[in-house]
Design a protein around this ligand. Structure first.
Ligand code: PLP
Length: 386
């Protein structure tokens, strides 16, 4: 059975060119970039080139890129690093209610250490209102963090408008751009952000490597202490193959981004249209237009997303749901709940995320397979109106 992978927001396969670029740094040029000999110097050169490539993808200077272990570390570093370095300025942070857990949990940790956090609401499309950001600012606000696009529902936030507000107020502005870098145009200067989190495995790079963009002059405390790697900001012997892979993935994304975004948007929109024609009571979660080209998040009334997911899996289709099955309870997604979905709607959510190797035929297969699954599950569901 051919497996159809539609979970690119969770992770992506490594691009063959990325893997090829990484291999020499496991073998021939395995040296520690801090060493003096030729084997190390080759590795060091590759790290420099990778940093340049990642910087180019987001319109940054290479000196503003700090490699990390991924999106989670980048978010932790941005939030905790800014708080620690700016304790004299204040202890208030503003984020949205729909941030990734890497931001939410970090804020909860900071709250325990005396920081206060404002969680901004979103509208029914999962969009934050820049006016709400403005109103939430206090004298002691030091940092505002708003994700660029949401990983569950794909809504793209109005960062340019928020950036104007943060700049005017002299407050640091961080964005978690893990789902947008390499997928839609990202330019740190156009967005007006001071810090931006990225992760390689979301753009056909390897897992375990990411980066934090830190605008020149931003006050941020080092997060990992030890050797002087990454300009003294993030200690530890460099993950050279990972960085090289990230650099190659960024280079490929830069060439292909525009065309790929157009291709995926067309696939996405025709899938949503067809699905609505084939299944009754389907609700599109997230913004109809301001959304990631590869994101389809729907709620299908009267049934659980988990049940659909497991049945699709048996048919070789890999998708995702907003619910997390914890200790036998289906916890509805905090994102869908914040966007005003009912428990039932949130539990009936299903996410398909497309990517580089998604073809029209894959989506056609889902369109054929899903309606009978829905029919069968609805017939068994106590929620269905009989
Ligand atoms: N932020 C967002 C929006 C994400 O989607 C993810 C991963 O799913 C992360 C952060 C965490 O990234 P990583 O898996 O590289 O730690």
């Amino acid at each position: 059975m051919k497996r159809i992978y539609l979970d690119y927001a969770a992770t992506t396969p490594v691009h063959p060119d990325v893997l090829r670029a990484m291999l020499p740094y496991f073998t021939r040029a395995f040296g520690n970039p801090s060493s003096i000999h030729a084997c190390a110097q080759e590795a060091k050169k590759a790290v420099v080139a990778a940093r340049r490539s990642v910087a180019a993808l987001i319109g940054a200077d290479e000196a503003e890129i700090v490699f990390t272990s991924g999106g989670t570390e980048s978010d932790n570093y941005a939030l905790q690093g800014v708080c620690l370095a700016n304790e004299d300025k204040g202890n208030h942070i503003i984020i949205t209610a729909i941030e990734h857990h890497a931001v939410l949990e970090t804020c909860q940790h900071l709250e325990k250490r005396g920081y206060s956090v404002t969680y901004l609401p979103v509208d029914r499309y999962g969009m934050v209102d820049p006016d709400d950001v403005k109103k939430a600012i206090k004298k002691n606000t030091i940092l505002i963090s708003v994700m660029h696009a949401n990983n569950e529902i794909g809504t793209i936030q109005p960062l340019v408008a928020i950036g104007r507000i943060t700049r005017g107020a002299g407050i640091y502005f961080h964005t978690d751009a893990v789902q947008t870098v390499g997928h839609i145009p990202v330019d740190v200067n156009k967005l007006g952000v001071d810090l931006l989190s990225m992760s390689a495995h979301k753009l056909c790079g390897p897992k375990g490597v990411g980066a934090l963009y830190i605008r020149k002059g931003a006050r941020i405390a080092p997060f990992v202490h030890g050797g002087g790697q990454e300009g003294g900001r993030r200690a530890g012997t460099e993950n050279v193959p990972g960085m090289v892979g990230f650099g190659k993935a960024a280079e490929i994304a830069r060439w292909e981004l525009k065309e790929e975004a157009g291709r995926l948007t067309a696939l996405r929109d025709s899938f949503i249209k067809e699905l609505r024609e084939r299944i009754d009571d389907v609700h599109l979660n997230g913004h109809p237009v301001q959304r990631l080209p590869n994101n389809i998040n729907i709620s299908i009334s009267f049934i659980e997303g988990e049940a659909m997911l497991l049945t699709l899996d048996l048919k070789g289709i890999c998708a995702s749901t907003g619910s997390a099955c914890t200790s036998g309870n289906l916890e509805p997604s905090h994102v869908l709940m914040a966007a005003g979905c009912s428990h039932e709607q949130a539990r009936g959510s299903l996410r398909f995320t497309l990517g580089k190797w998604t073809e029209e035929a894959d989506l056609k297969k889902v369109l054929d397979v899903l309606p009978p699954i829905v029919k069968k599950l609805r017939a068994m569901s106590p929620l269905t109106k009989k």
